[in-house]
Write a protein that binds this ligand. Structure first.
Ligand code: NAD
Ligand code: GLY
Length: 366
């Protein structure tokens, strides 16, 4: 394993786990999990795309270590993030003889991580979970921090649980097989960290456009490391999103979830919706007198240079506004937005002026 990095996630109350990041981590799964999986029953949950690339290797490598290792593959994509998939996976877990001492491995992107995490959180009232993210988005965000769950027809991530993994194993080499569009989606979440929490990191991304556009794995390793450090710090200070700090990670997401829902989850994927959502949130922040035009323009330039969308077709502002009706960030009927104050700082604001919200959306509708 080359240049491996360890990032500690030390939660209050003694819950502690490690993120291991480095080229070749996927070849080292048995040695990196031996202490947890020895003689246990293990179920790997993945999706069909990831299975074809990495499934058999992971399965075979764990067979000598675990008492029994099984693998179940689901259909790729957000449409799988349902309670029906979860129920199917409970039955598979029983067929694979999982018990309370068993473990689930989530091998895949954020969809697999969120579903497998929720199954681990609820099967037999909670069993061990290892996250092995294979998309950039999952490496920089969803595999760390313990948010798990599924969508309902009424909206995204409306059912879920906080369930921290026991370990996160990240191999940036897996990005080499990831479609370019999915790389861009992960980049949207990395820009999010810079825009609301870390100005230095934002400037680093601006400086590395060419390396990022040419998939330079060393640069991506740096990016993943910094995002995991930021996320670990946030999660350790506000694990259950109570103080407002973790809400920063929802920057752009109130709009993004509405866009995904209004487009039936099949026009833009999550990261693209987040990119447009961040543009809408920055518009709102400018209109509300919080953010200056220059900072908004820096965000837009960075998104464009990394080939991410800053506007959405197919939808009217009213469509998007109406789709925000079931967002988890609505408290006592008021919409709450994470708004940047400057690059690297944010505030959490209730905005009740519908016209102002519609204007912020309208600027990003083609
Ligand atoms: P995804 O899991 O759908 O993966 C995207 C596509 O890439 C899929 O088709 C998948 O099969 C494929 N793929 C995965 N790894 C690959 C690889 N190495 N090579 C080739 N193909 C590969 O999408 P995503 O963007 O990873 O995750 C989006 C989901 O994550 C959304 O449901 C979102 O709500 C959730 N999310 C959760 C959190 C959290 O904190 N839990 C944070 C952000 C996003
Ligand atoms: N991605 C949002 C969070 O983990 O809180």
């Amino acid at each position: 394993m080359q240049g491996d990095e360890k990032i500690e996630v030390s939660l209050p109350g003694g819950n502690h786990y490690r993120i291991i990041l480095g080229s070749g981590v996927l070849d080292e799964i048995p040695s990196l999990t031996a202490s947890m999986l020895d003689r246990k029953n293990v179920l790997i949950i993945t999706d069909d795309n990831v299975n074809a690339l990495y499934g058999e290797k992971a399965l075979k490598s764990l067979q000598p270590l675990a008492a029994n290792t099984s693998l179940i593959s689901i259909k790729p994509g957000e449409a799988s993030k349902t309670l029906a998939t979860v129920e199917m996976l409970y039955h598979e877990a029983l067929k694979s003889n999982l018990d309370r001492s068993s473990a689930i491995i989530a091998l895949g992107g954020g969809v697999v991580g969120d579903i497998a995490g929720f199954v681990a959180a609820t099967f037999m009232r909670g069993i061990d979970l290892i996250q092995i993210p294979t998309t950039l988005l999952a490496m920089v965000d969803s595999s760390v921090g313990g948010k798990t769950g599924v969508d309902l027809p009424e909206g995204k991530n409306l059912v879920g649980a906080f369930w921290q993994p026991r370990k996160v194993l990240i191999d940036p080499d897996a990005l080499k097989t990831l479609p370019d569009r999915e790389i861009r989606c992960g980049l949207a979440e990395t820009i999010k960290y810079g825009m609301v929490l870390d100005e230095v990191f934002f400037a680093f991304l601006e400086d590395k456009i060419s390396e990022l556009n040419s998939l330079d794995i060393l640069t991506y390793t740096e990016v993943i490391k910094r995002c995991c450090q930021i996320k670990a710090d946030v999660v350790c200070r506000d694990e259950k999103e109570k103080s407002g700090l973790r809400s920063a990670l929802n920057y752009g997401h109130t709009f993004a979830h509405a866009i995904e829902k209004a487009t039936g989850y099949d026009k833009l994927n999550h990261g693209e919706a987040v990119a447009v959502g961040m543009c809408m949130a920055a518009n709102l922040a400018v209109d509300d007198g919080r953010l200056d035009d220059a900072a908004e323009l820096r965000q837009e330039n960075l998104l464009r240079q990394l080939h991410l969308p800053c506007s959405v077709e197919f939808l009217t502002p009213e469509h998007i506004y109406d789709a925000m009706g079931k967002d988890k960030k609505i408290i006592e009927g008021k919409l709450r937005f994470v708004l940047p104050e400057t690059i690297g700082e944010f505030s959490l604001s209730e905005v009740s002026d519908k016209d102002m919200i519609l204007d912020a959306i309208r600027n990003c509708c083609d």
